[in-house]
Design a protein around this ligand. Structure first.
Ligand code: NCD
Length: 348
């Protein structure tokens, strides 16, 4: 059975196939209305969400399936102390596929190890968010007509912004892509992300200057400063308004640039930018539902495929990342691959 834990669980060809299916669903929704009849999607959300959870639920409903789920941690047995892996095991007896969001990094992988149905990672702490990346890639393809030979600016909270980590992993596989990361010093990309780019020879430049970077960008991917991940609220207060995209700054950008944002936005894009035709973030969010429909169809169709979970060697001790699932779920096997924790990718 296949899961989607990390965006690289899907090949570039498979992602292209999902985008083609999503485009076909947009054009011919009537052909898909009964494709998941009698199937159930469980949404296990242990962290807040609007778009991701509702777009998953709408996706399953538009395929003729049904949904059940937990909208927040306090309403599940997690509040009684049940392990996340046990919850996933139990829910896989009630549903055909699970979409899960959790504040700890590696939680979806740990769940997939126990579940008897496909698990989709709908965000694991500050680690990754592969279905947002499917949404982002579909948006870029629709807005610009290609995913190759692009200069992609990533702006805001690049340390905790899980959508950015998955987007880099995905776009690093397309030829001619250059990344410009724009953040305050404290919110730069994690070491494992920059190390992977360096190893693969992906052109990458870091700067704190958004206005200076804007003229060269084909895509500007704005992100929210992730308040819930800061240990010290004073640091969040100091950094929260580091970047605000407004109509003046947009004058410095190419006429063909597109602005994306996984949403929700707080202050980082002024609402006056919404009227600019280059502001693609609301169109981007709508596309997410179609990509999730395509993904659900694919994973349900491939129930008999070989397991896609990463294998590792025993690690000598628990991961040093305090937000790693292995720090909380004591029964998990401690595993490493290429010197990194297999759950959260922290360099061991
Ligand atoms: C993002 C997330 O949850 O990581 N939202 C989303 O899924 N669309 C981005 C964010 O919360 O800032």
């Amino acid at each position: 059975m296949r899961h989607l834990i990390d965006i690289t669980d899907l090949s570039v060809e498979e992602i292209e196939g999902l985008m083609d299916t999503a485009a076909d669903i947009v054009a011919h929704p009537e052909n898909y209305r009964d494709r998941c009849r009698y199937k159930k999607l469980a949404t296990l959300f242990f962290e807040p969400s609007t778009r991701t959870r509702l777009s998953f639920e709408a996706a399953m409903m538009e395929l003729g399936g049904q949904v059940l789920g937990i909208p927040e941690a306090s309403s599940s047995s997690a509040a009684k102390g049940e392990s996340m892996a046990d919850t996933a095991k139990i829910v896989s007896g009630y549903a055909d596929i699970i979409a899960m969001r959790h504040p700890l990094e590696g939680a979806a992988l740990a769940a997939a190890g126990k579940a008897d149905v496909p698990v989709i990672n709908a965000g694991d702490g500050g680690h990754c968010h592969p279905t947002q990346t499917l949404t982002d890639l579909f948006a870029i393809r629709r807005e610009l007509g290609r995913l190759t030979h692009l200069t992609v600016g990533l702006c805001g909270d690049l340390k905790y912004g899980r959508t950015v980590h998955s987007l880099i992993a995905a776009m690093s596989r397309y030829p001619g892509v250059t990344f410009v990361s724009v953040s305050p010093e404290e919110l730069r990309l994690p070491d494992y992300v920059t190390a992977a780019m360096e190893k693969a020879g992906i052109p990458h430049r870091e700067t704190a200057d958004l206005e200076g970077a804007l003229p060269e960008l084909d895509v500007l991917y704005m992100t929210r400063i992730q308040r819930e991940r800061f240990a010290d609220p004073a640091v969040y207060e100091r950094l929260k308004d580091s970047y605000v995209l407004d109509t003046d700054k947009m004058k410095k950008a190419k006429e063909t640039m597109c602005v994306l944002h996984p949403l929700p936005r707080v202050n980082e894009i002024h609402p006056a930018v919404d009227a600019d035709p280059r502001a693609a973030y609301f169109r981007q969010a709508v596309g997410g539902k179609y990509m999730r429909m395509a993904l659900i169809l694919k994973l349900l169709a491939e129930r008999e495929a070989p397991a896609s979970l990463p294998q590792g060697e025993p690690a000598p001790h628990r991961c040093r990342n305090p937000r790693c699932i292995t720090r909380v779920e004591q029964a998990l096997p401690l595993l490493q691959k290429d010197g990194r924790c297999i759950y959260c990718e922290t360099i061991i």
